[in-house]
Design a protein around this ligand. Structure first.
Ligand code: GLA
Length: 548
């Protein structure tokens, strides 16, 4: 055998170390969703120094810190008043020593401290909880001064910024308002503050540049209706999360009166959908079963997975949703899968492995029960109880190429859920569509497109692209220039654009198909569908079949 010179060995070692640390840096660069406890769900504005310290103590003594919970967040209720110099003071009775000792105490336990404020002048508590101290204490006009106080003087690490006064009273524009606040924070504070935007609806794609997480729904409460509603709001938002930025499904109501299977569904889905995990119950009296669920390491691992992905809907049948995401390795053979039954009757799931892009003998582990199930071939089949979930780790023999790309899985560049725009791009259920969902109102301007970044081809080459759309209804639009013949699809594949038109317009129901041959490169491809000057027909999905 040829001897390797010492230089070559050294060079190899240097390369390996560089490569490994590069990889580690890459993995580390995706911050997982934050985990911790927040005061609001149990105590609303009735909080005080002693209470917060006891909850912080319990986070450690109950073993929650050990499994990753690290933030202790003081929500609304700590406000005192703003003095004539604009300086904010804490509530004199509830926090007689001010807020710095709170942050210090939390830090002394090796935990992180979170705080709450409002984008407008008056807090939500002042509007909804008759908290008079919430008047005039919001960030409006005091952005830099409060940022300096919260983060530099008091030492907090996280802030949730609400929108009651800003929206209901001042009617400010969300993007502008939050940009002003975040810029002020970034100017004043050189630490990395974890920021949560609380606008109770997905606010728009700009949010990723400003916040680590953002609420996508109104307030949670410990009822099944609330859990189901919040999940429904987040089912199609996976493309808007990622790279350390997350859709926030709100603080957990686990351990606050839901049925055991509902608690499992609640926690399991928050984990697989990569929501921040902020416990909302009293940690000092937490029941054994709740603690067991909240500390389940296999569920937490899904939430804190280094890829930082949110599961997307791969199938919707019989009222049951199958959600899936890659874990550990992108396009690897191991995936996390949730079978979620929001209905009031048992749901029988039958999921072809190909839908999960897997094949061969496939191992399955139930992550809630923490037990292995029998391996399967071809299909995964389970009956799931009403309001229940199965959270599975699924490991196939092979990872296969995706075939179908749903419109509702795409990144929709101009999407928001604020309900302020006329005919804005949005989701529209259709019983004829493949996932029972379509995307409507794409096009009309250059920015209004759908984008799929994860179009994958193992070898590259020619593919037949079948695009499924809803036939166009004549006269649907009140705007007269949007006539049927104006409908177009401008499709770009890795930046190469072609245009499709002449769509079917029968009044019959159903989904139509239009075909085109495209070229994919080996690996990941980006496909965009939009139309600069006209509407795009309502989109169901597209499929890609390699050409022989
Ligand atoms: C809003 C938020 C809640 C909570 C309250 C506080 O309603 O959505 O999470 O912070 O304000 O008043």
């Amino acid at each position: 055998m040829k001897k390797l010179s010492i230089e070559k060995v050294l060079a190899f070692m240097v390369c390996t170390i560089a490569f490994t640390s590069n990889l580690n840096a890459q993995i580390r660069s995706i911050d997982p969703p934050i985990m911790g406890w927040s005061s609001w769900n149990t105590y609303r504005v009735n909080i005080n120094e002693d209470l917060i310290k006891k909850q912080a103590d319990a986070m450690v003594s109950q073993g929650l810190k050990e499994v990753g919970y690290s933030f202790v967040n003081v929500d609304d209720g700590f406000f005192g008043y703003r003095d004539e110099k604009g300086v904010l003071h804490a509530h004199a009775e509830r926090f007689p020593n001010g807020m710095k000792p709170i942050a210090d105490y939390i830090h002394s336990l090796g935990l992180k401290a979170g705080l709450y404020s409002e984008a407008g002048a008056n807090t939500c508590g002042s509007i909804w909880d008759a908290d008079k101290n919430g008047i005039g204490v919001g960030l409006y006009g005091y952005e830099r001064q409060d940022a300096d106080l919260f983060f530099n003087q008091w030492g907090f690490d996280f802030i949730k910024i609400d929108y009651c006064g800003a929206g209901q009273q001042l009617e400010l524009d969300e993007k502008e308002r939050y940009t002003t606040i975040v810029n002020a924070i970034r100017e004043v504070c050189d630490r990395n503050i974890s920021l949560n935007i609380c606008r109770w609806a997905y606010p728009g794609t700009w949010v990723k540049d400003l916040a680590r997480s953002w609420r996508i729904s109104g307030d949670i409460a410990p009822t099944w209706g609330h859990i189901k509603h919040i999940v429904s709001k987040n089912l199609y938002l996976s493309a808007f999360a990622g790279n350390g930025h997350y859709n926030d499904m709100d603080m957990l109501e686990v351990g606050r009166g839901l049925k055991p299977e509902e608690d499992e569904t609640h926690f399991g889905l928050w984990c697989i959908m990569s929501s921040p995990l902020m416990i909302g119950c009293d940690l000092t009296t937490i029941p054994e079963a709740t603690l067991k669920l909240l500390t389940n390491p296999e569920l937490i691992a899904l939430n804190q997975d280094p890829l930082g992905l949110q599961a997307y809907v791969a199938q919707y049948e019989n009222g049951g949703y199958t959600l899936v995401k890659d874990i550990k390795q992108k396009r690897g053979k191991v995936r996390a899968v949730a079978l979620y039954n929001p209905t009031d009757t048992i749901c029988s799931f039958r999921i072809p492995l190909s839908t999960l892009e897997l094949s061969g003998k496939t191992k399955i582990r139930d992550l809630v029960l923490r037990k292995d199930e029998r391996p399967v071939q071809d299909f995964i089949m389970f009956d799931v109880v009403p309001h229940g979930v199965k959270i599975l780790r699924v490991e196939g023999e092979k990872r296969i190429e995706p075939i179908r790309y749903e419109a509702e899985q795409a990144y929709l560049n101009l999407f928001d859920d604020l309900g302020k725009r006329k005919r804005g791009v949005t989701f529209m259920p259709s019983s004829y569509a493949s996932g029972k969902m379509t995307v409507i109102n794409l096009g009309g301007q250059e920015d209004n497109y759908a984008q799929w970044d994860n179009v994958y081809s193992k070898k590259g080459g020619q593919y037949l692209m079948d695009i499924y759309y809803v036939p166009i209804k004549k006269g649907r639009s009140s705007i007269k220039e949007r006539e049927i013949n104006d409908y177009r699809m401008e499709i770009s594949v890795n930046g190469n654009m072609f245009c499709l038109k002449d769509f079917e317009s029968e009044e019959s129901k159903g989904i139509r198909r239009i075909q085109h041959t495209i070229n994919l490169k080996k690996g990941y491809n980006t496909i965009k569908i939009g139309s600069r000057y006209t509407w795009v027909p309502d989109l169901d999905c597209f499929t890609l079949t390699p050409k022989k």
